[in-house]
Design a protein around this ligand. Structure first.
Ligand SMILES: NC(=O)C1=CN([C@@H]2O[C@H](COP(=O)(O)OP(=O)(O)OC[C@H]3O[C@@H](n4cnc5c(N)ncnc54)[C@H](OP(=O)(O)O)[C@@H]3O)[C@@H](O)[C@H]2O)C=CC1
Ligand SMILES: O=C(O)C1=N[C@H](C(=O)O)C[C@H](O)C1
Length: 245
């Protein structure tokens, strides 16, 4: 049995993760903690799942890694600088590993992968991410990661800047730019988590769309991460290697 702790256990995703861990035959939920609980209660866990908030996740990781607990992290807000800090903590605690994934939905990971594969064939690419209005951050971690993957694929293929003759009359009208890829964020009641990657070429457009219909969609990926994190050395970013992508 893998002893699992959950941080953010009363949150939208945390509730689903706790249910999934309790239902898994090879896991035991040893701590389900939220905002005002003491992190010390994680002491008996081997793996901790974090779905909290970008403002608190770094403190949680420093504590868990320092106590030899392997984190599986869904919380967003990971810049390259933050990832480097996590690598430093892992180096100081050999034998402890960490998995951080901007999206644990299997279909979402495939959407990112397909966008990366397609990117080199199109002169234009933009991302529209659409989420519920209580989301903590914009753009989404998924959109940011997708933009980075598209940007890397374009650079590798020797593609230059995208065609765009716009003069913007209003700040923000072209969205945010991540690695030269424009990202647009919609926040709308009724939505959960959705993304469209638009790829445009000569006379045709490819649209790759992903829709999250329930937050239970994240749990198979989280359970996979919990089962595998102990054997993945150091820091793993993204679920792709666990899906052989
Ligand atoms: N990687 C992925 O697949 C996914 C990632 N996410 C990301 O996960 C994060 C959480 O999303 P979501 O569940 O919607 O958010 P919620 O706000 O619903 O849940 C977060 C929970 O964490 C609690 N919390 C805040 N601080 C702490 C702390 N220090 N220790 C323990 N718990 C704490 C919050 O309490 P309180 O409300 O009182 O502040 C809340 O109950 C976001 O960053 C989101 O973008 C979301 C979906 C999928
Ligand atoms: O906050 C959310 O809801 C989600 N956050 C993640 C992100 O920022 O990409 C994953 C998914 O989009 C849901």
């Amino acid at each position: 049995m893998i002893r699992v702790g959950v941080l953010g256990a009363r949150g939208r995703v945390g509730v689903e993760v706790c249910k999934a861990v309790e239902a898994a035959g090879d896991m035991e939920l040893v701590a389900a903690l939220d905002k005002d609980d003491s992190i010390e209660q994680l002491a008996g866990a081997e793996v901790v799942v974090d779905f909290t908030h970008p403002d608190v996740v770094m403190g949680n990781l420093e504590w868990a890694i320092g106590h030899g607990i392997h984190p599986v992290v869904g919380t967003t807000g990971f810049t390259e600088e933050r990832l480097e800090t996590v690598r430093g903590w892992l180096a100081a605690n050999p034998g402890t590993n960490c998995l951080i994934a901007p999206n644990f939905g299997i279909a979402a990971v495939l959407m990112m992968h397909f966008a990366q594969q397609a990117a080199r064939y199109f002169e234009s690419a933009e991302i529209v991410e659409l989420h519920h209005p209580n989301k903590a951050d914009a753009p989404s971690g998924t959109a940011r990661r997708t933009a980075e993957l598209i940007s890397e694929a374009r650079a590798k293929a020797g593609l230059g800047a995208m065609p765009d003759a716009t003069t913007t009359a209003l700040d923000g009208s072209r969205g945010a730019e991540v690695g030269g890829v424009h990202v647009h964020a919609v926040r709308l009641s009724g939505l959960i988590a959705h993304q469209e990657v638009l790829l445009g070429g000569d006379g045709e457009i490819l649209t790759i769309r992903h829709d999250t219909m329930s937050r239970a969609a994240f749990t198979p990926g989280v359970l996979l991460g919990v089962r595998r994190v102990r054997e993945l050395p150091g820091l793993t970013v993204g679920l792709e290697p666990l899906l052989d992508l």
